[in-house]
Design a binder for this molecule. Structure first.
Ligand code: ADP
Ligand code: MG
Length: 368
């Protein structure tokens, strides 16, 4: 007999790309897709993990022995890392039997990893009565991913999975973690936001991520600010001419214009002008493609073919070099846009992309 079932969603980022490690703003919303965990406590200190999505026998670990670098590697490092992070924070977490099931696409830039972490943390928080609020819980999940799994991700994914609210996008200041729930009801105004998973993942993406991150840090140091978030949009041209290393200029231009785009998206949503997001998304794509240089032919093709079919706007989302793109379209045109993207992929001999409609959905919660 299980003690309960919890769910945590994947997420997609509407706008604010690569701004998180520059102390800037991001604006994700939760997907309807989620990871569910069926959980019971155990009193023998053993963590027994099984996932419908991962082949092989259940993995059993002793919670008292968990430490970074000591795990068996593979998917169980994510939930084991969460238990380690909770215990390392002095919280009293014992053993548990956990069975996961998920419909979040894995490795598509839609944060299946954060969904897995957050659902684990929330279930244990409830069952062991740890008393964690959502943001500190997300922080501990990020620590699990950074330190235990060893992936250098920002705070956006876990915060989105833990804190999003249905019908809203989450405006998050990654410097001080303040958040605002911004109403984002597409259906009410006859719009749809499609997520297009290109199913490609180009191998060099991790090294490129590290280089962009290091480039942004050098640029901030050269400009005498603690992070590029501190370069005001009005001061962009002056900042660009102050930089001696010309290779840093496009990075600065992307981060500063992207911060400005987040502001414009928020203003448009607050003015109930959702259609105005279209050109802002497309402008964001051009900036990621031309200045930040992290797009790829498949992502560019999604954007081009969606716009040619009449979409209001489109952009790559996530880390880049593959993964997913988002497309804003009139709901009445979404089937046309979807088939046009699929046809253009077929014409290039690319694998058929996976396309779904992303309704802003609830964050992590207990479901049974
Ligand atoms: P993303 O978060 O964009 O989907 P990541 O590479 O960050 O991609 O995380 C994907 C990894 O998370 C998978 O390789 C797997 O180890 C783990 N994972 C995610 N969801 C599940 C699941 N339901 N069951 C088992 N492992 C999962
Ligand atoms: Mg991830």
């Amino acid at each position: 007999m299980s003690e309960g079932v919890w769910a945590a969603p994947g997420r997609v980022n509407l706008i604010g790309e690569h701004t998180d490690y520059n102390d800037g703003f991001v604006m994700p919303f939760a997907l309807p897709h989620s990871t569910r965990a069926t959980v019971s406590r155990r009193d023998d200190g053993v963590l027994r993990l099984r996932s419908a999505g991962a082949r092989g026998a259940p993995v059993e670990l002793r919670t008292a022995d968990l430490a970074p670098g000591r795990g068996p590697g593979g998917w169980t490092d994510y939930p084991a890392g969460v238990v380690w992070a909770l215990r390392d924070a002095g919280l009293k977490v014992g053993g548990a039997d956990i069975v996961y099931e998920s419909d979040v696409p894995v490795g598509a830039g839609l944060s299946s990893s954060a969904a897995l972490e957050v659902v684990t943390a929330l279930a244990l928080n409830d069952l062991y009565e740890l008393g964690l609020e959502r943001q500190p819980l997300a922080r501990l999940c990020q620590r699990a991913e950074n330190v235990y799994v060893g992936a250098p991700t920002g705070i956006m994914d876990q915060t989105a999975s833990a804190c999003c609210v249905a019908g809203h996008a989450l405006l998050l200041d990654t410097r001080d973690l303040s958040q605002w729930q911004i109403p984002f009801d597409l259906a009410a105004v006859g719009l749809e936001l499609l997520v297009v998973d290109t199913r490609v993942h180009h191998a060099h993406s991790e090294g490129e991520y590290g280089r962009r991150r290091a480039g942004c840090e050098s640029a901030a140091a050269a400009l005498g600010v603690s992070a590029l978030r501190d370069v005001a949009y009005a001061d962009l041209e002056a900042a660009l001419s102050a930089l001696e290393d010309p290779s840093l200029r496009p990075l600065v231009r992307h981060i500063v214009t992207e911060g400005h785009r987040v502001e414009r998206v928020v203003s448009a949503l607050r003015a109930d002008d959702v259609r105005a997001l279209g050109p802002l998304l497309t402008e964001g794509h051009a900036s990621l493609r031309d200045d930040f240089a992290i797009s790829c032919p498949e992502l560019d093709l999604v954007v081009e073919s969606a716009l040619a079919a009449g979409a209001l706007g489109a952009r790559m989302t996530g880390g880049g070099f593959g993964g997913s793109a988002i497309v804003l379209t009139e709901a009445s045109l979404s089937a046309t846009v979807t088939s046009s993207v699929a046809k253009s992929f077929a014409a290039k001999g690319y694998e058929e992309p996976r396309v779904f409609s992303a309704v802003p959905s609830p964050g992590a919660r207990r479901v049974a």
